[in-house]
Design a protein around this ligand. Structure first.
Ligand code: GLN
Length: 301
């Protein structure tokens, strides 16, 4: 079996089954715009030899933490892996994605690039311009490489800024003390802008293809590193559980975006805004698990 064997009828039927899970999660309350979306939205887009799509595919959404693996990929390409892994670790974490105790326990060195501390630390490797210039350079690179049309959602950014995230600031402070960053404001502004890149479910699936298949501008070693970290860390403290149940590199975001890479085949993108306590989309996880089990997609098969 393979992702290419998926039929439209099966996808539609699994999306119908997934709808009941949209009522089980909750919306994040610390970003006003995300707290106001319709929790019943649900979309899935798969790319293998062909693309299939089902659900509310026209609805754009912000990526939030789903951008993290691509920030990592970008910096691996720009500055190389030796420099990147002086800035951030490669170990999974059993703590929430914004855990300060964990960062303190680790002497201010971020466990991995899939949690907030890791991504905020990585912004320190970007050119010392402004958050807007950094985000724009990254956005262009991403859109060129992945053939996508991500834009910065200015309304979402204003919403994020309207309730300053004290946890992320405290994380950045610790990173400054550890000399991984020199400016808290610049790091937070860059991070917030990256999280507010917005596209459709088709864009998200297309982004996944960047890691799944050989690409003329991206080193296969870097694709491999990012995918391995998505498998071990992409769903935070439940990454191990889903490595067993699904067996695919994945990344979630608090907007309800969820991306699964099917190495050498393609990608599965889901969007459903209701998230569980960990911060992962409830219906999205149901769908990815369903597809992985029915189509035998685990990389360990
Ligand atoms: N911008 C969000 C935050 O820092 C992203 C977190 C996430 O998607 N898990 O809280």
């Amino acid at each position: 079996m393979a992702l290419a064997h998926l039929t439209q009828a099966d996808l539609d039927s699994w999306v119908t089954q997934a709808r009941r899970f949209t009522l089980q999660g909750r919306l994040p309350d610390y970003i006003p715009q995300l707290a106001q979306v319709d929790p019943r939205l649900l979309a899935v887009h798969t790319i293998a030899d062909e693309s299939l799509v089902s659900g509310d595919f026209a609805q754009p959404f912000v990526l939030m933490s789903v951008i993290k693996p691509f920030l990592l990929l970008f910096l691996l390409e720009q500055v190389g892996s030796d420099r990147v892994f002086q800035q951030v670790g490669t170990e999974p974490s059993d703590q929430p994605f914004h855990s300060i105790p964990q960062l303190k326990n680790d002497d201010g060195f971020p466990r991995n690039p899939m949690i907030n501390s890791g991504a905020i630390a990585l912004t320190g490797l970007m050119p010392k311009t402004s958050g807007s210039e950094r985000c724009e350079a990254f956005r262009r690179w991403l859109n060129e490489c992945a053939q996508t049309q991500f834009i910065l959602d200015e309304k979402a950014l204003a919403s994020v800024r309207s309730l300053p995230n004290q946890t992320n600031r405290a994380i950045a402070d610790l990173l400054v003390q550890r000399e991984l960053l020199d400016r808290v404001d610049l790091a937070i502004d860059t991070y917030n802008q990256l999280c507010c890149l917005s596209g459709t479910i088709a864009d998200l699936a297309q982004l996944g293809s960047l890691l799944a298949k050989p690409h003329k501008r991206i080193s296969p070693i870097h694709q491999q590193m990012v995918s391995a970290l998505m498998l071990t860390c992409g769903l935070y403290e439940v990454s191990g559980k889903f490595a067993v149940r699904v067996g695919l590199p994945m990344k979630s975001g608090v907007s309800g975006a969820l991306l699964a890479i099917v190495p050498k085949q393609g990608a599965i993108a889901c969007y459903s805004p209701a998230i569980d306590k960990v911060g992962n989309s409830v219906a999205g996880l149901f769908l990815v698990e369903k597809l992985a089990q029915e189509l035998e997609l685990s990389v360990f098969r």
